[in-house]
Design a protein around this ligand. Structure first.
Ligand code: NDP
Length: 606
């Protein structure tokens, strides 16, 4: 056992039931065999001959006349980000708002991801925004997709965001009109509308991706991506009952957070199910429950904001006595505080704190691995389902039916030992020289994350002097607060790039929304029309991002590949293009004190 771990364990009185040195070696070994030369290049775009993978299966296409009008604010994206921008702008008194959304209704990720079992793994009481404003209490602790989508629509109604909306509309380009100081927005419906301000909330996981393995195009059976679930083929709904699969052999590729939720339903209904795994997810206890009426009766005004902030404080590594959500997300941080408060006089150096954190992480993941070994009867399968990496290297999963699914006689885990499947044939999937013949092949292979912003959003922006955003950001993303980019005035980017990120993503989007509505109100109240980041402020923020990213880069460099670490290549550029490397708690405070200061520091207003 390595000395540094022993020393901290002894100092803190932590009893170790594992050998941290041996575990670290295993983690490194598992990572090394997964790192690939092609990194993010191993995936292919859902375009060209693969474009049908992203057709909308949920609505009848509409026709409408193109629009050539003028609005105050255009909001691109009708998910939580766009809706929160709309809501906060309405609160700030903005009357003329047009939402533009590719889907047939509001919902964003919850519009597209309707696979069986789709559910939010963050507590609904903090994940679903504007609960007090809408006087709504979620039905269960971890809400299912239909309830969340209904909530997005309720927000749309409450804030009159349906009034001027363009659904089934994709933005194709945005051009800054210097003379009028407005954006001209073009769409795939022939629109050429104008807007004084634009808020872009395209979503961080909006573009499904496919592995670029050979043969996908040759498969003669039925195939789709989880984010466009084909219920016409499988039968059933988001709640299951996939009767169409009763006589079908099904393969699913991928075992991330999406697969963990839909595999129990596939296992229940398919005649035969093959789960092709490259890296196991960490799958901890879910423990969902209906909302307790007694708990609801005790809620005081302001409870929602307090609970959201409490969670964020916990997952930002803050030490506080109350853990309101008290679930698997906060567990690791709770353990950290508990360990330290056992001995309040104990003083740890920064390095020792890091080692203690690592030990607690090892202990947490040992629990998760033991859970797999306890639930899954076949020990070879159980072993293959054990994750060997630190908990936040990949999105942690929480589910009570995922692991038991592998005890079903019709379900086979095909563990590709970190390599992924070899190829697809007309009849099925090949791994290790064996062809698995199937009727249906489902891709649970996730979404583009590390690719260029304009490729993911599907359009480019032409700013001042004809400069394209793709060209400017081709050298690395450059913003102030992740929101303003010089040369692209009056345009507000919402999301994670150079901005604060928290597991409770709508919280981050709401902070973005409050910030941009504050700025737009200030600009218009002072009878100005243009707001733009100064060069100096932008350069300074980019330096902050690069500096802070370096802290996280070490952690991610040691992680098994995935989209959190740019598929095992967390280099300098992805650091600049990534999120703010301090805690989201710190980032939100930066925005709050910037607003409190009231000087619009770093912005040029004219
Ligand atoms: P992920 O990117 O997390 O998972 C993709 C999966 O496909 C991984 O298991 C990956 O393996 C696997 N894969 C990729 N290529 C191959 C290959 N060639 N052969 C075999 N397997 C392959 O996508 P998800 O859709 O699961 O999740 C995306 C995100 O969506 C989550 O991280 C989460 O943020 C969000 N989400 C949130 C939920 C919520 O409750 N709020 C629920 C569901 C999703 P490998 O790990 O080896 O790369």
């Amino acid at each position: 056992m390595s000395d540094k771990y022993m020393a901290v364990a002894e100092k803190t009185g932590m009893k170790l039931k594992f050998d941290p040195g041996a575990l670290l070696e295993k983690y490194n070994h598992e990572r090394d065999k997964r790192v690939r030369e092609d990194g993010s290049g191993q995936y292919r775009e859902t375009s060209g001959q693969f474009a049908h993978f992203i057709d909308d299966p949920y609505v009848e296409p509409i026709t409408r006349e193109p629009l050539f009008d003028d609005v105050e604010v255009v909001v691109i994206g009708g998910g939580f980000g766009g809706l929160l921008a709309g809501a906060r702008l309405r609160e700030a008194g903005v009357k003329s708002i047009r939402m533009i959304e590719k889907g047939g209704d509001f919902g964003g990720t919850w519009y597209w991801n309707r696979y069986p079992g789709a559910q939010c793994d963050i507590e609904a009481y903090i994940y679903m925004p504007l609960l007090e404003e809408l006087n709504y209490i979620p039905r269960e602790r971890y809400a299912h997709a239909p309830e969340i989508m209904a909530h997005t629509q309720a927000i749309g109604r409450k804030y009159n965001l349906y009034d001027d909306v363009c659904f089934q509309t994709e933005v194709t380009g945005m051009q800054w009109d210097e003379k009028e100081s407005k954006w001209i927005i073009t769409t795939d419906r022939g629109d050429r509308m104008k807007a004084r301000f634009v808020a872009m909330s395209n979503g961080p996981l909006n573009k499904p991706k496919l592995p670029s393995m050979t043969g996908i195009e040759n498969f003669k059976g039925h195939t789709f991506h989880t984010s466009r679930w084909d219920y016409n083929y499988t039968g059933g709904t988001c709640e299951g009952n996939l009767t169409g699969l009763a006589d079908k052999r099904v393969a699913i590729i991928g075992t991330g957070a999406t697969a963990v939720q839909c595999i129990p339903h596939l296992g229940e209904w398919a005649k035969e199910l093959f789960v092709f795994q490259r890296t196991p997810s960490s799958c901890d206890v879910r423990n969902n429950a209906p909302t307790s009426p007694e708990w609801v009766k005790k809620l005081q005004p302001g409870w929602h904001k307090k609970r959201i902030e409490n969670f964020n404080f916990m997952v930002s590594g803050g030490d506080q006595p109350d853990d309101d959500s008290g679930d698997g997300w906060t567990d690791i941080f709770r353990n950290m505080s508990a360990q330290q408060s056992k001995n309040p006089d104990l003083v740890l150096s920064k390095e020792e704190e890091g080692i203690l954190n690592e030990l607690i992480d090892f202990a947490k993941m040992e629990e998760v691995r033991t859970r797999a070994a306890t639930i899954v009867k076949d020990q070879a399968t159980a072993e293959a389902l054990k994750p060997y990496y630190r908990q936040f290297c990949k999105r942690p999963c929480f589910h009570d039916d995922y692991l038991p699914t592998f005890n079903r006689p019709n379900v086979t885990l095909v563990d590709t030992r970190g390599q992924g499947v070899d190829r697809i044939t007309e009849k099925g999937v090949v791994f290790d020289g064996k062809e698995y013949e199937v009727d249906c092949l489902i891709f649970a292979t996730g979404f583009e994350v590390g690719t260029d912003y304009t490729r993911r959003s599907g359009y480019d922006l032409i700013g001042r002097g004809g400069q394209a955003l793709s060209e400017k950001w081709g050298k690395g993303v450059a913003t102030l607060h992740g929101m303003h980019s010089r040369g692209f005035p009056n345009c507000f980017v919402m999301g994670t790039m150079q901005s604060g990120f928290t597991a409770n993503f709508p919280h981050a989007l709401d902070e973005n929304a409050k910030h941009l509505s504050h700025i737009i109100k200030k600009v218009t109240d002072s009878n100005h029309t243009v707001v733009e980041a100064s060069q100096e402020a932008e350069d300074e923020w980019v330096q902050v991002i690069i500096r802070k990213a370096k802290l996280g880069l070490r952690f991610y460099a040691e992680c098994t590949p995935g989209y959190y670490n740019n598929e095992g290549k967390p280099g300098e550029r992805s650091g600049q293009n990534g999120q703010y490397g301090g805690s989201s708690e710190d980032f939100f405070k930066i925005l709050q004190s910037w607003r409190d200061e009231g000087q619009m520091r770093g912005l040029e207003v004219s």
